[in-house]
Design a protein around this ligand. Structure first.
Ligand SMILES: CC(C)(COP(=O)(O)OP(=O)(O)OC[C@H]1O[C@@H](n2cnc3c(N)ncnc32)[C@H](O)[C@@H]1OP(=O)(O)O)[C@@H](O)C(=O)NCCC(=O)NCCS
Length: 164
């Protein structure tokens, strides 16, 4: 894709990562949770709180003019404060979102590959995520090497071995 560049995320991307967390939560159109509601929910806010920490890894897709159109990031959450896709303290969890008007054009796949490459470069072996089973993103993750390791009522935890 020629009209989008992928760059490393920085601390100044925090507001955009919040935007993309809002997109990820609201993948179901009728959900429509507000930014305030999401940031007030500790189980969701901890994906972005204090961004960026030394062990955070993120990438941003941006138009040539610099306007961000999507982001993917990995955060280490711990057993004391686990994410929905928690499997182990040494396995960071993925969050990904693309601005709605940019979806279905390959940006998400570019972001996912780029953030996994950045993780590999940091010596990370496994990456996890949680996806609600009805979300088409589940099939997308499977095509990029994620497999389901645990299933809950509506959601699956998926893991990819990225150094294998
Ligand atoms: C999931 C998301 C990040 C994917 O980004 P994207 O830029 O739309 O994805 P791409 O265009 O790179 O497509 C990647 C794959 O996703 C799947 N996909 C994307 N849109 C789809 C659709 N409308 N229907 C079915 N499959 C779809 C396809 O498998 C596609 O691969 P293909 O084009 O080779 O067939 C993006 O759609 C999004 O932000 N969705 C809302 C937030 C969300 O669900 N986040 C994840 C929460 S777990």
């Amino acid at each position: 894709m020629h009209d989008v560049d992928i760059r490393a995320a920085t601390a100044t991307d925090h507001p955009f990562l919040v935007d993309m967390l809002v997109e990820a939560v609201n993948w179901l159109p009728e959900r429509n949770w507000s930014r305030e509601r999401i940031l007030a929910d500790p189980a969701l806010a901890h994906y972005v709180t204090g961004w960026m920490r030394p062990d955070d890894i993120g990438v941003v897709a941006a138009e040539p003019a610099g306007r961000p159109v999507g982001a993917a990031w990995l955060r280490h959450l711990t057993a004391a404060d686990p994410g929905y896709g928690y499997v182990s303290d040494d396995v960071p969890e993925l969050t990904i979102g693309v601005v709605e008007s940019w979806r279905g054009r390959g940006v998400g796949r570019m972001l996912l590959r780029a953030v996994l490459e950045a993780a590999r470069a940091r010596g990370i072996r496994r990456v996890s995520l949680s996806v609600e089973r009805a979300n088409v993103a589940a099939g997308f993750y499977a095509t990029e090497g994620f497999r389901t390791v645990e299933s809950f009522e509506n959601a699956d935890t998926m893991v990819a071995d990225i150094l294998a």
